[in-house]
Design a binder for this molecule. Structure first.
Ligand SMILES: Nc1ncnc2c1ncn2[C@@H]1O[C@H](COP(=O)(O)OP(=O)(O)O)[C@@H](O)[C@H]1O
Ligand SMILES: [Mg+2]
Length: 253
């Protein structure tokens, strides 16, 4: 049996309280993701991508439906347990890096381990290991302020990976990078997925970024309306994704 790492069933999300300015951001969204997949979530601005990722991230609650991650039904958990679950099982990469400026690159990466009360040699060994994978060993003693955008996002990726989470969740991770740093980060994510079997879910509105994934889910007005799989090369997948985007645009006219 192949284990699913994420199971989303009939998830809805309504912002705002009853009676006033309610907005339905997600409507009966269902899908599942197998362990070791690299999945992309695409859709126009405002289609609900971040909302979907935030409900899976346990950062936002659902209005209806159920989400299971690595066998745990997170939509039934209390906030205290959720914080613990998040720290142990999830890794995050955000568009704006979210590094702590007062800490070195090493300390930023080690933070999830400290939160789990890991200490001493184990921390050093694990940080060195992920810094090696992400090719940032030479900047471990530097502060975020003096490293490049590309290095910042590699640091964030190392931090997302260091505690060996069940899944890495990334929201527009290339959004603040120039095209060469973006390509390099996407190759790194692809490598983590292919060589180290890391499960990755990435939100993006950008077809080029999405072409590094194996499967794309398309959202429109809070509904999941289509999925496509990569069959051939990344270049072919890129063209398929562009075609899908064009079709979605035409439907709207
Ligand atoms: N906290 C919120 N309160 C009210 N509406 C929100 C909130 N967050 C997002 N929305 C609305 O939900 C819709 C989906 O937003 P979002 O998930 O951020 O879209 P995307 O990431 O695809 O651009 C948008 O119309 C947005 O305005
Ligand atoms: Mg968004």
């Amino acid at each position: 049996m192949i284990d699913s790492v994420v199971n989303v069933s009939n998830v809805s999300k309504v912002y705002g309280s009853k009676g006033e300015n309610q907005f339905q951001a997600l409507e009966e969204v269902s899908f599942s993701m197998q362990e070791g997949e690299f999945i992309g979530i695409m859709g126009a601005s405002g289609s609900g991508k971040t909302t979907l990722l935030n409900t899976i991230s346990t950062l936002d609650n659902v209005s209806g439906g159920q989400i299971e991650i690595a066998g745990t039904t997170i939509t039934e958990m209390k906030e205290q347990d959720l914080a613990d679950f998040r720290a142990r099982k999830l890794g995050f990469i955000f568009q704006d890096f979210n590094l702590l400026e007062s800490m070195t690159v090493y300390e930023n990466i080690a933070l999830p381990l400290f939160l789990q009360k890991m200490g001493g040699r184990n921390v050093q060994e694990r940080v060195d290991q992920v810094a090696d994978i992400l090719d940032i060993k030479d900047i471990l003693s530097k502060y975020p302020a003096i490293i490049s955008g590309g290095q910042k996002q590699r640091t964030a990726a190392a931090r997302a990976l260091v505690h060996n989470p069940s899944i890495i969740l990334a929201d527009e991770p290339t959004g603040a990078l120039d095209s060469s740093n973006a390509a390099s980060l996407l190759e790194t994510l692809q490598n983590l997925n292919e060589e180290h079997q890391v499960s990755i879910m990435m939100v993006t509105h950008d077809a080029y970024s999405a072409s590094y994934c194996e499967r794309i889910l398309f959202l429109e007005d809070g509904q999941l309306y289509k999925q496509i799989n990569k069959n051939g090369t990344r270049e072919e997948f890129f063209k398929n994704i562009l075609d899908e985007q064009a079709e979605a645009g035409r439907k709207k006219l």
